[in-house]
Design a binder for this molecule. Structure first.
Ligand SMILES: Nc1ncnc2c1ncn2[C@@H]1O[C@H](COP(=O)(O)OP(=O)(O)OP(=O)(O)O)[C@@H](O)[C@H]1O
Ligand SMILES: [Mg+2]
Length: 258
């Protein structure tokens, strides 16, 4: 089992959208996938559970007391418009997560709660994908400790790389290495936007082969799928943006050897 954290402390760059559609793509290829919602905004949870907000057990309970609520008790089948998606499970979150994480600040090994819990399901899944919140809180640090690869979306805005250097510094610090396994890719790519494309290409040049060849184009169907609690693959199976996610899945699998 390999763990992938979709991370960027900048908000709205497409982390959750990536987790939804990349996980659906990987599951459609037969990989056993678990997605974990680490953001109390619960966007991933709402989309992939058919609009539910409350759960018997969520990742919040796991962080509150992993002894009472091991992660396996919080995993349920993921859905696209109410229909279970084969090979895809979700560990949902809820709004209490921020408060519970604050209270964890005094716990010993508080940064390793998720990593430890994932050990218990290592034979159940091929890939775990973590949807991180737009900050570098203790939740994100748990994701950093647990992850084998960091997937960093950058969007099509001119400020989209602000904060990337800080994020890479944080990853190096938490992983205690200068050689962090990360990959950056362009989300909401618009071919016609040459000025921005040239600007971002120039800015990203320094990262060399850490920048993936795959890009996810800007597509209205992506937002439409999410508001109707569906993956793009089930909402618009023929959308050419699914090809982008297929290419992203291929690159990611190569990087983590899955
Ligand atoms: N490739 C795309 N094409 C069109 N719209 C997109 C694309 N990717 C993301 N979006 C839209 O951009 C918005 C932000 O995306 P998303 O919620 O995935 O970002 P995020 O990084 O998870 O945000 P947050 O930091 O708040 O968690 C959403 O409305 C989503 O539908
Ligand atoms: Mg999000």
């Amino acid at each position: 089992m390999k763990t992938l954290a979709v991370i960027n402390q900048k908000g709205g760059v497409g982390k959750t959208t990536t987790v939804i559609n990349l996980s659906a793509q990987l599951a459609s290829e037969g990989k056993r996938v678990l997605v974990i919602d680490l953001d109390p905004q619960a966007n991933l949870t709402v989309v992939m559970t058919g609009g539910q907000f409350e759960f018997e057990t969520s990742i919040t309970d796991v962080f509150e007391s992993a002894k009472k609520h091991p992660i396996l008790s919080a995993i349920i089948p993921a859905q696209s418009q109410g229909v279970p998606i084969p090979n895809l499970c979700i560990c949902p979150t809820d709004i209490r997560l921020s408060r519970v994480i604050e209270q964890s600040l005094t716990k010993i090994h508080r940064e390793r709660i998720l990593m430890k819990q994932l050990e218990s399901c290592s034979s159940d899944f091929d890939i775990v994908i973590l949807d991180c919140p737009p900050n570098l809180s203790l939740t994100s640090i748990n994701a950093m400790m647990a992850a084998d690869l960091f997937l960093i979306p950058v969007d099509g805005g001119s400020f989209s790389l602000n904060g990337l250097a800080d994020l890479l510094d944080a990853l190096e610090e938490v992983k205690e290495t200068d050689d962090v396994n990360y990959a950056v890719f362009r989300n909401e790519y618009a071919k016609a936007n040459k000025l921005i494309n040239n600007f971002l290409d120039e800015q990203l040049k320094g990262l060399g082969d850490k920048v993936l060849k795959s890009t996810i184009r800007r597509s209205e169907a992506i937002g439409q799928a999410s508001v109707s609690s569906q993956t793009l693959l089930s909402y618009q199976p023929k959308s050419s943006t699914n090809d982008d996610y297929r290419s992203l899945a291929e690159e990611v699998c190569k990087l983590i050897n899955v």
